[in-house]
Design a binder for this molecule. Structure first.
Ligand SMILES: [Fe+2]
Ligand SMILES: [Fe+2]
Length: 474
């Protein structure tokens, strides 16, 4: 469905036909722009950035590319096309037509789901706002800004739902989304991982790989929702999200590639003195970001998750591709738990294990990416294998919260944990070293010492294309 760019708010929801909603969103817009100018990418608002903008929401050709100053980016409301005769595919309403309006009894829960998702979008922009100053290349700088403007658009996506379907409470929530701040002691963002710092580009690539990937799974399960406007909103967000995941996975892969190159060139596994990042440090960053992201799926056993599912609000990843009764009232699911010092597998009712089900889909996806990273190392002829830590490692939520689980899944004493934690988690020295490498590299076609160039440019452009121009003077 093509997008109407003629009004103040680009959209494909016929906003002009709903004057009330249009006015409400136009009243929210200045607050959003104010937030962007305060909390969006620092120092780069005047640059021309080679960005993609959605021009239609069908699978092919939904993007056009061109230079845009970020504050002029056309943030708007884009929903995937409706599926004719779509039916609810799971839960107690399975087989019934999807809802075009919010079912009254689920209003509070749906609003909460939308607000929680919506809150992550501006949070990540806030977390990443200082990174531009230390970009490893113009190509990476442009990708950072693309991700940032699209997270801003994802905020618009959720705010549209709040305004269109939740009346006054929705409008208040939309305002609150602009007031919370990542890491702020008094008014933080809702979820833990979104209050962590993203202090350097290695953290950024890890964040877009592991934490944005949680977003993919949350969006995919909301894309199954019986509340059709939410499902359609999330479907289009997922197509944007794919680029964010690409930035993360390929970014880490390029760091690994560069490290391997330096290892071979200098015949050492300590590449720090050659301004590269050791594989052991990369492993620690993986341990940190993966464990923080696993917590975002919530407790292994959750009656809330069961209720969302039964009510038809939030499905499983690829719900319709699954070959079962889509109600789960009598099936079981394997869940790991700590039990007297060891980790055991238990059988739980599938309905209350839905967070774990979603986490399992996520873990499988992370494993596939890890295999691709290890292939880079193997093909360089280096014997080293990166690993994902055990799912119980360093968790703050659920069955493993407060349990000392090592990366390979052993439960150890507090003392041993303390003694070995520097082997598993980035130390202050590791972080300071990574920070010391973060020097801006802004000549077209140049890349920082610690990262390899990508395989190809954006939108078939050359690697030395000027992806960002009119940079601020230092
Ligand atoms: Fe997003
Ligand atoms: Fe994202």
């Amino acid at each position: 469905m093509s997008i109407n760019y003629s009004g103040q708010i680009p959209n494909n929801v016929n906003l002009a036909d709903d004057r009330r909603l249009q006015r409400a969103l136009e009243a929210w817009q200045p607050g959003f722009l104010q937030w962007w100018s305060e909390m969006g990418p620092e120092s780069f608002q005047g640059c021309d950035v080679y960005l993609r903008t959605a021009t239609s929401t069908d699978a092919q050709g939904w993007a056009t590319f061109g230079y845009v100053k970020m504050p002029d980016y056309r943030w708007g409301i884009f929903l995937a096309d409706p599926e004719p005769d779509r039916r609810i595919s799971f839960g107690q309403h399975k087989g019934e037509p999807v809802w075009r309006e919010v079912p009254g009894e689920h209003r509070g829960v749906l609003r909460r789901l939308i607000v929680t998702q919506g809150d992550t979008e501006p949070a990540s922009v806030e977390q990443q706002r200082h990174l531009g100053r230390t970009c490893p290349s113009l190509y990476d700088l442009r990708n950072l800004f693309q991700v940032n403007v699209e997270e801003g658009r994802h905020l618009w996506a959720m705010v549209y739902l709040l305004h269109a379907y939740f009346g006054r409470d929705g409008r208040e929530e939309a305002e609150a989304l602009l007031r919370r701040r990542s890491g702020n002691a008094d008014n933080p963002r809702i979820l833990g991982a979104f209050n962590e710092k993203t202090p350097d580009w290695l953290s950024y690539f890890m964040f877009t790989h592991f934490t944005d990937r949680d977003g993919k799974y949350q969006l995919a399960s909301l894309a199954e929702s019986g509340f059709d406007p939410l499902a359609r909103t999330c479907r289009f967000m997922l197509t944007e999200e794919a680029h964010h995941l690409f930035v993360g996975e390929s970014g880490v892969s390029r760091v690994i590639g560069c490290t391997c190159q330096l290892m071979k060139e200098h015949n050492t596994d300590r590449v720090g003195e050659h301004d590269g990042i050791d594989l052991t440090i990369i492993q620690k960053y993986i341990n940190f970001h993966y464990s923080v992201s696993l917590d975002l799926f919530g407790s292994e056993l959750s009656t809330n998750a069961a209720n969302y599912y039964t009510a038809g609000l939030k499905g499983r990843f690829k719900e319709t591709d699954r070959d079962d009764d889509h109600q789960l009232t009598s099936s079981g699911y394997a869940v790991l738990k700590p039990d007297h010092g060891v980790i055991v597998q238990t059988e739980q009712p599938a309905l209350i294990a839905l967070n774990e089900t979603l986490r399992d889909s996520y873990i499988a996806d992370c494993e596939r990416a890890l295999t691709r990273w290890n292939k880079v190392i193997r093909e360089a002829g280096i014997s080293f294998e990166l690993k994902l830590p055990h799912r119980g490692f360093r968790r703050s939520i659920g069955e493993f919260a407060g349990v000392n689980v090592t990366p390979d899944g052993q439960i150890v004493t507090d003392e041993e944990w303390q003694r070995r934690t520097a082997d598993w988690m980035p130390t202050r020295a590791d972080r300071e070293f990574v920070a010391s490498l973060m020097k801006p590299t802004t000549a077209p076609g140049q890349f920082a010492s610690w990262i390899a160039p990508p395989a190809r440019g954006i939108n078939h452009q050359a690697l030395d294309f000027e992806y960002v121009t009119a940079l601020p003077a230092n």
